[in-house]
Ligand binder design. Structure first.
Ligand SMILES: [Mn+2]
Length: 256
């Protein structure tokens, strides 16, 4: 593949089967194996590999493996940090804090997954960016404006959020988890939602933004299994790529 396009895959929530199928459909992975066939293509996962579905650890491992393979042939694979990664890290780092453990399991956390995580995986999760700019497209996990609590440029936000994830400060985690509770900041209330989206691209760059975090069927009043395409709104300023996978959607790959 000599393609240098950028592809996005939304919130997988442990659905390893969907992950493999989507990568193959996009021509990014071998049809009979797990090798990267995307050449110089670029691929971003939007975060939320974990929770609510069966096998977040396999999703994470495959993303890490494809990242290495893509880098060797001039491609790129990366992931944003999602709130379910933060929830899981909190449960792991603060095992004696009943609030953290309970919050995680109530939001789909599977304690069996914690035992399968190795130090390399944890290090990888904690060092993923919260925001990224691909050409003129701003990528963020959550449809939320709280990122500005951590800085007004991408590098500062990423450094400060990674710092929260790397400390043993339970209050930093609690604050980040609370902030990630924000949804639909660009969608609820069309007028102020539009302004919030404009604020995000004016602050962090790009001419449009793409997010996951809120399953599309929560915004469009359809059944999850009928979600087959991204939700484009505000005349293309915003794109939601969360294909409602944990509720029964098949997901999709979005080519930027
Ligand atoms: Mn999320």
């Amino acid at each position: 593949m000599t393609d240098t396009s950028t592809y996005l895959i939304g919130d997988l929530h442990g659905h390893f089967g969907h992950m493999k199928r989507l990568l193959r459909e996009a021509g990014l992975m071998e049809s009979d194996g797990l090798g990267w066939t995307g050449g110089a293509s670029r691929l971003w996962f939007m975060g939320d590999f974990f929770d609510r579905g069966p096998d977040g650890v396999s999703c994470l491992s495959l993303a890490m493996k494809l990242q290495d393979e893509a880098a060797r042939v001039g491609g790129m694979v990366n992931s944003l940090v999602g709130n379910h990664e933060v929830n899981m890290l909190a449960a792991l780092r603060f095992p004696h804090n009943p609030g953290m453990a309970l919050y995680w399991t109530r939001n789909g956390g599977n304690p069996e997954e914690l035992e399968k995580l190795n130090p390399e995986m944890l290090e990888w999760i904690m060092s993923r960016p919260a925001l990224a700019l691909e050409g003129d497209t701003l990528l963020m996990h959550a449809d939320a404006t709280f990122y500005n609590q951590f800085g007004t440029d991408i590098e500062t936000v990423n450094t400060n959020i990674a710092e929260v994830l790397n400390t043993k400060d339970v209050s930093g985690y609690a604050y980040l988890i609370e902030l990630f509770g924000e949804h639909q900041a660009f969608f609820k209330s069309p007028v102020s939602g539009l302004k919030r989206a404009e604020y995000m691209v004016e602050t962090y760059g790009g001419r449009r933004l793409v997010h996951g975090h809120t399953p599309i069927h929560h915004m469009t009043n359809v059944y999850a299994e009928d979600v087959t395409a991204p939700l484009v709104y505000h005349d293309g300023l915003c794109v939601n790529v969360d294909g409602s996978i944990y509720s029964g959607g098949q997901g999709f790959v979005y080519k930027v």
